[in-house]
Design a protein around this ligand. Structure first.
Ligand SMILES: *Cc1c(COP(=O)(O)O)cnc(C)c1O
Length: 646
């Protein structure tokens, strides 16, 4: 018996270094210089690309949040990362343009749809002002925001998306207050509307033509280009548009050629090919007398979410510098060959500007384990022989018979189930067989690492034994693309990275939906279905971060299960502070009252309705008046509280 007991103990934890943690979680590789693992095993943030000495310990940020009573899950925003990214993009274009002796300028715009939060837009406009960095809007509400926030008269406001008369009127309003508003024609009929309104309001429009590109993007968004693309004009339509504008004496208004071949372009070759194609269209139009001055390369600059630097859907095989060089040198070369002027370059990078600046931090609040429960397996007289055989299997288990023991235990468990279905096996007997079965699997798993050769069948065991960690958040609110399009987002424990993670886990959220889980993680080769995490310790919080959520994830969340928006803190780096940061702002997430109101409930009335029922019970003498008052107070307090678990 003792012999078996020894086997059941976990294998001793082997040495573990920060480097090992980096190999598992790849923090440096997806961190883009902004994230790292500190020597104390905590995630570290280096929010300014130009101040590598300023390091923020994420655990200290979290401790400060806990001390000031901020409940989790919460979004943590590093506005310095946002500023760093805007500066890096603009600087890289400026430096490359200078180095290439390119004749045009770079005038980038941030596409509002990627993160419409006011604080994000304000920070981007502010950080970009010295570069005349502008905004891109794709809908009327976004245009209304851009008109109010992009007040720099030297920066562009690019208008994409389908447009009705009101949208075009708003754009012309912008031109009247001296903004550089570019109306990009996505559909031929928009042009006729624009011509009529421009005449009516007596404004000279600034027109962009979006070309439907032949070249295919690469990755999940490749249908954004090609013949069947939703947006843009075919070459025939472009030529007709030019002719129409000529007839209306508006040739001078055609200033920009626009293309966008998709988001998250994983392969640099797609960008090279697009630049090639676009520069031919541009030079031929210029040669025909169309006074184009700008070329807009759209979005698509990818984020390496899984840190693999590959053409995986959640990665990319190029850097910012390479992306910019391919655009600048590509246009230069082709324009020089065609002897046409170099156009000003516009890009609409959204994902790459915002992804890194925000993350979601949540606590693991429980574990769901297939082999978690033990049932006494003591021998009783007259027990079924399957139970006896299973017990013997466990007693005879040793280093020499891993595979045999595994095969036999699987078979015995199946037999037990069949016997149970036939009514010749009791519930207690079934519980005993299952208990021994899981104990054996754990015992085998404990020895697998020592083997030089692991038989194929035994390789499945660690995954069979993996746990589901229950995390206090909603995938639908905070990581929509992980659910919708299998996007990989880096998930890393905030602390204990100097300790070997002993458990293979997947993550489940608190929504009542079996889809509410994350089972796509950074893996050694491709995407993994499990991630190593640490054993939970009682009385100690285990915080995990879902990183790179600043693009799309931040704003696409839905109201599944009425969880709503998260509490938010804005962290600003500050070198003179002993901890290198301070929390500039706290934005409260949704209360129960907020989310119910958006669904057309009237919380005050609901409290009245519940109160009435309680009063009735008081009258019947079933609830004491004092208790009744407490119950209604409790209901009202809950209406005001945070929607997530406490
Ligand atoms: C979505 C979109 C963008 C932003 O793309 P990213 O890949 O996030 O940079 C830019 N331009 C247009 C027209 C878009 O639709």
């Amino acid at each position: 018996m003792n012999k078996t007991d020894n086997k059941l103990k976990q294998a001793p934890s082997t040495a573990w270094s920060i480097e090992d943690a980096e190999n598992v979680y790849r923090v440096k590789r997806w961190g883009n210089g902004y994230f790292d693992i500190g020597d104390n095993g905590n995630i570290q943030v280096i929010p300014r690309y130009d101040q590598p000495g300023v390091k923020i310990d994420m655990r200290e940020v979290i401790d400060e949040m806990v001390d000031s009573g901020i409940e989790f899950p919460a979004v943590i925003r590093f506005h310095d990362i946002l500023r760093s990214q805007v500066e890096l993009l603009n600087k890289t274009f400026r430096d490359t343009i200078e180095e290439a002796q390119y004749q045009g300028k770079y005038l980038g715009v941030f596409p509002v749809k990627v993160n419409q939060m006011r604080e994000v837009i304000e920070e981007i406009v502010d950080a970009g002002s010295r570069f005349n960095y502008g905004l891109e809007a794709g809908s009327k509400p976004e245009l209304i925001a851009a008109l109010a926030y992009n007040t720099n008269q030297d920066s562009l406001t690019i208008l994409n998306g389908y447009k009705d008369e009101e949208y075009i009127r708003l754009a012309l309003l912008g031109l009247k207050i001296n903004r550089k508003i570019v109306i990009v024609i996505e559909k031929f009929s928009e042009l006729k509307k624009l011509i009529a309104l421009a005449k009516q309001l007596d404004v000279q429009p600034f027109i962009g033509l979006r070309v439907k590109m032949m070249v295919k993007g690469r990755g999940k968004w490749e249908s954004s280009s090609g013949e069947r693309a939703k947006f843009g004009l075919s070459i025939a339509e472009i030529l007709n548009a030019v002719k129409l504008l000529e007839q209306e004496h508006l040739t001078d208004a055609i200033k920009l050629l626009h293309f966008h071949i998709g988001s998250q372009l994983t392969d640099i070759r797609a960008i090279k090919e697009a630049v090639q194609e676009a520069s031919f269209v541009y030079s031929q139009l210029v040669k025909q007398g169309v006074p184009l001055e700008y070329i807009d390369v759209g979005g698509g600059l990818a984020v390496d979410y899984d840190g693999s630097q590959s053409t995986n859907d959640s990665s990319c095989n190029y850097s910012l510098a390479e992306y910019v060089a391919d655009i600048v040198y590509g246009f230069k070369q082709n324009c020089d060959l065609a002897s046409v002027p170099h156009p000003h370059i516009v890009s609409e990078s959204g994902r790459a500007m915002t992804a890194h600046h925000s993350c979601v931090v949540t606590k693991v609040i429980g574990e769901i384990h297939p082999s978690g429960t033990q049932f006494s397996t003591r021998k009783v007289t007259g027990e079924h022989f399957i139970v006896t055989n299973m017990r013997e299997l466990e007693q005879n288990f040793d280093e020499t018979n891993f595979q045999e023991t595994y095969n036999d235990s699987v078979q015995l468990k199946e037999q037990a189930l069949n016997a149970f279905k036939l009514g010749i096996f009791t519930l207690e007997e079934l519980a005993k067989v299952e208990t021994i079965y899981w104990r054996l699997l754990n015992a085998i798993a404990g020895h697998l690492e020592e083997l030089t050769f692991i038989p194929e069948e035994l390789k499945e065991i660690p995954e069979m034994l993996s746990s589901q960690y229950l995390a206090n958040f909603s995938v639908f609110q905070s990581a929509a693309d992980s659910w919708a399009i299998d996007q990989v987002l880096p998930i890393v424990p905030i602390s204990r990275l100097n300790e070997k993670p002993q458990k293979l886990c997947s993550l489940v959220d608190i929504t009542c939906d079996s889809d509410g889980k994350i089972d796509k993680f950074i893996g050694e080769e491709a995407v993994a279905s499990h991630i190593p995490l640490h054993q939970l310790r009682s009385g100690e919080d285990y915080f995990i971060g879902v990183f790179l959520t600043g693009a799309y994830q931040d704003v696409m969340g839905d109201m599944h299960n009425l969880f709503g928006r998260l509490n938010e803190v804005h962290v600003v780096s500050y070198d003179d502070d002993p901890k290198d940061f301070y929390v500039e702002e706290v934005v409260k997430g949704s209360s129960v009252e907020n989310v119910l109101s958006t669904m057309q409930y009237t919380p005050a009335m609901m409290a009245q309705m519940v109160k009435k029922e309680i009063d009735q019970q008081i009258q019947r003498g079933l609830i004491k008046p004092r208790e009744g008052v407490q119950l209604i107070d409790f209901y009202e307090d809950c209406l005001l509280s945070y929607t997530y678990l406490k």
